[in-house]
Design a protein around this ligand. Structure first.
Ligand code: HEM
Length: 140
């Protein structure tokens, strides 16, 4: 038995819709890339002078992942994100810097706690998965 007043922690819509669709993902990624633009460790990793195209790829990917339109795959094919990150040296420091900017960007959205938690859990696991240099070579 349910009534209109029952708590419903899991929305019956996609997360894409629940957060407000494309404008919300654009705000998230714009805020994130504003942080990347000033980051001394991460900014030099981005091959293009203009971060706009990279931000667009990230926006389309996240929208698709969370149930929005499949524009990312239409333009870029299968995500294969770990493979696409292989050219970049991503160790714990890069991962943590990436997550720091992303955390600020997610905070700016002020999402309901359960939606924030779902989004953050994914982003954190994905960032750990992207690490391809486990140790400082000097550590032996
Ligand atoms: C862990 C630290 C990470 C670093 C240092 C990093 C860095 C980079 C760099 C340098 C690029 C190339 C920029 C470009 O598109 O031209 C890139 C692309 C991309 N990254 Fe990351 N990334 C990280 C984690 C992640 C995570 C966790 C995700 C997804 C949740 C992600 C999603 C993407 C996407 C979608 C692209 C564009 C792929 C394409 O279509 O070519 N990245 N990343």
């Amino acid at each position: 038995m349910t009534s209109a007043g029952d708590p419903r922690p899991v929305p019956s819509t996609t997360l894409f819709e629940a957060v407000g669709g494309e404008p919300t993902f654009r705000r998230l990624v714009d805020r994130f890339y504003a942080g990347i633009a000033t980051d001394p460790l991460l900014r030099p990793m981005y091959p293009e002078d203009d971060l706009g195209p990279a931000a667009e790829r990230m926006t389309l990917f996240l929208m698709q992942y969370w149930g929005g339109p499949n524009t990312y795959s239409a333009q870029r094919g299968h995500p294969r994100l770990r493979m696409r990150h292989a050219p970049f040296r991503i160790g714990p420091a890069e991962r943590d810097a990436w997550l720091r900017h992303m955390r600020r960007a997610v905070d700016d959205l002020a999402l309901p706690p359960e939606i924030d938690a779902a989004l953050w859990d994914y982003l954190e696991r994905a960032a750990y998965f992207m690490v391809n240099v486990m140790e400082d070579p000097a550590a032996g």
